[in-house]
Ligand binder design. Structure first.
Ligand code: DGJ
Length: 649
């Protein structure tokens, strides 16, 4: 029974709904798919929302038609190509054999099915049974090229979330190049919106920015090869008066960890046009006859009760249908990480003192950060050499892990799987695995370089090396770091006319490695990290239920970072640690109490030398650990409300 998606064949109207929200669109003249409504649940739709037909000067009409009141330039639509007399920023651009990029996308047919199809090779929200969601696939076609666009819409029964993605099929005879293929287009009529986005920087991520949407096109995005510290793949469009508890807001989160783009355009007649997808910078995909391209997925929600309700919908879908592992509802272990305690300056004896004290204080897991492998005493060397530094660990890292396990604690390790140092065995063996362009010097960042994750043998090799360490150490947790972004994007695996596929193929390689490791080792808890919060997105969450929020561990700074993060992401994800004072990043001194109270809101831990605490402080830490154990389920999985913003509280 199609109880979540209805099709009114007389009016040619599609209505997606659950108990809270409705999303409505229709097929109009010339097979144009026109957007009608997204908002509070409409019980029965009787055609009231038909968009007025008006002759607007210099807005062209349908080919072959004399009707001057129907224009693709001014109607709210579901998905627009270049050409079509539509001058909004297009959702898709396709370069064809003759050099043209004009399309005329027309409705072809639809399909409604229970459940939600998997997106091959991509992270996405999922279903646990077929009854909890329904999926509508609308096929648009461009007759001349034979291109078909499947617009996928899934509506969940119990959560106010609709997911959207697009699959392009080349049913024609000629190769085309997809220069842009967005996952979502959404047009709003007559709205004065504020945009709410999460910009930032390294050690200063996801600071909420709210500003009014003005005329023209504003693009929020990343071209760094990661979802980035600088602009998180999240956006909300809120009415001007919307606050935390009242008013309308639409939220959008992109389940993708690479280059993204959120384009918001206010047009000549005050419509707001939104396009979300892979950034078209460094993107072009050769689509041969008979082949397909699947975009990543956007999750969208609507709240009529302000920003908290929007965030709660995202939190719920992440907890229930993005996180996949056994950790989904599990309380996360309290950890101590040695990074800020020792940086690279440690040996086994030093670490043992931290582990012993951790056990004494009731901490549940020890995480050994950067520096345990190759001969890595600083950041100049050894990335890719995922075997132990015998100087630091006489009995191997396996021996050290078993000591931690004997104390009844879990053991975690840091990796940076996508990286290579020039000074490494990996580089000696495979210099060609590093991303570089022939004849051009590769740009270093933190003295390191990126592996070509689009190469299958690279993914296989790193998988084998990490698997061996997991087995040797009976590992409980991995912190998967990524400390530089991509430059001189190039892969030896593709010919010249396909190099622009690389940025996306890189991320597909990362996803493949994550998928294989998480499937092979389901008991390992993964925490993603990219110099702090540089890849804090739903794509990562699908594999890694936790993410290190930021390299800034100062309690006051963290209030802002965690506040911004909370708009799109559930607290159980936010790696949040108590560090030493004066704080290493900003030099501020805050009380141990304040530091813990801020960190309690996430996946809680410590990141300092526990032996340097006074006896009194150690007693306090014991109490904090005991308190958090009692309350963590509420902190991590409870319903989260922002009562006020950090600036006004
Ligand atoms: C960046 C991370 O964000 C830090 O927590 C730490 O793991 C360092 N990398 C190690 O190089």
């Amino acid at each position: 029974m199609n109880d979540l998606i209805e099709f009114d064949s007389k009016r040619q109207v599609f209505h997606l709904h659950n108990g809270n929200i409705s999303y409505i669109f229709s097929v109009e003249e010339g097979g144009t798919l026109c957007h009608l409504y997204f908002g509070r649940r409409v019980q029965k739709y009787h055609g009231e929302l038909k968009y007025p037909r008006v002759d607007r000067g210099f807005s062209g009409n349908l080919p072959g038609s004399l009707d001057r009141t129907f224009s693709r330039d001014t109607l709210p639509k579901e998905y627009s190509g270049a050409g079509e007399m539509d001058y909004h920023t297009p959702a898709t651009i396709v370069r064809q054999e003759n050099g043209s990029n004009a399309l005329m996308l027309k409705y072809k047919n639809y399909k409604i099915e229970d459940g939600k199809p998997k997106l091959e090779g991509l992270p996405a929200a999922y279903v646990e049974n077929e009854k909890e969601a329904q999926t509508l696939t609308i096929t648009l076609e461009d007759e001349l090229t034979g291109l078909e666009y499947d617009l996928l819409y899934t509506v969940y029964r119990e959560v106010s979330i609709i997911t959207r993605s697009v699959k392009v099929r080349n049913t024609g005879k000629k190769t085309v190049f997809l220069e842009k293929v967005a996952s979502l287009q959404l047009d709003f009529v007559d709205r004065d919106f504020d945009s709410i986005c999460l910009p930032g920087a390294h050690a200063n991520e996801r600071h909420l920015e709210r500003s009014s949407v003005g005329y023209g096109i504003q693009k929020f995005g990343s071209i760094r090869g990661t979802s980035s510290h600088q602009m998180n793949p999240f956006l909300a469009l809120a009415d001007r008066k919307t606050d935390e508890f009242s008013g309308d807001v639409y939220g959008f989160a992109f389940a993708y960890s690479g280059n993204h783009s959120f384009e918001v355009e206010k047009d000549q007649i005050d419509q707001t046009h939104l396009v979300i997808g892979i950034n078209d910078y460094n993107f072009s995909w050769k689509l041969d006859a008979g082949s397909e391209f699947q975009t990543p997925e956007v999750l969208m929600t609507y709240s009529d009760q302000g920003l908290n309700k929007m965030s709660q919908a995202f939190h719920e879908i992440i907890r229930e249908r993005i996180v996949r592992s056994k950790f989904k509802h599990a309380d996360r272990p309290i950890l101590v990480n040695n990074w800020e305690a020792t940086y690279f300056d440690f040996n086994e004896e030093k670490l043992k003192t931290i582990v012993d004290e951790a056990e004494n204080l009731g901490i549940e897991m020890f995480v050994l950060d950067d520096g345990w492998f190759g001969h890595r005493d600083n950041d100049l060397t050894s990335l890719g050499d995922w075997f132990v530094d015998q100087k630091k660990f006489l009995n191997g890292v396996g021996g050290f892990a078993s000591r931690v396990h004997k104390l009844g604690m879990k053991f975690g390790l840091w990796f940076e799987p996508e990286m290579i140092s020039i000074d490494s065995k990996l580089y000696e063996d495979h210099p060609d695995w590093m991303i570089q362009t022939k004849g051009r010097l590769a740009t270093p960042a933190r003295h390191q370089f990126v592996l070509d994750m689009a190469r299958q043998e690279v993914v296989d090799d790193i998988f084998n090396k990490i698997s061996a360490v997991i087995k040797d150490t009976k590992l409980d947790y991995i912190k998967w770091d990524m400390n530089r972004t991509i430059t001189e994007a190039f892969t030896a695996t593709l010919p010249a006319n396909r190099q622009q596929e690389f940025a996306h193929r890189y991320i597909l390689g990362v996803y493949q490695l994550y998928e294989r490791l998480t499937q092979a080792f389901p008991s390992v808890l993964f925490e993603s990290c990219a110099s702090g919060g540089g890849r804090f997105d739903l794509g990562m969450m699908y594999y890694a239920p936790q993410a290190w929020c930021s390299d800034d561990t100062d309690a006051v700074e963290r209030i802002y970072i965690q506040d911004g993060t909370s708009y799109g992401y559930i607290p159980s994800m936010w790696g949040a640690h108590v560090s030493a004072v004066p704080n290493d990043q900003v030099g501020r001194v805050t009380s141990l109490d304040t530091r813990a109270k801020v960190a309690y809101f996430g996946a809680f831990g410590y990141e300092l030398d526990l032996n340097e605490l006074s006896e009194e402080e150690q007693e306090t830490v014991k109490e904090q650990v005991a308190f958090y154990k009692q309350q963590r389920h509420l902190f991590q999985h409870g319903t989260f409300y922002r009562i006020d913003s950090p600036d006004t509280a």
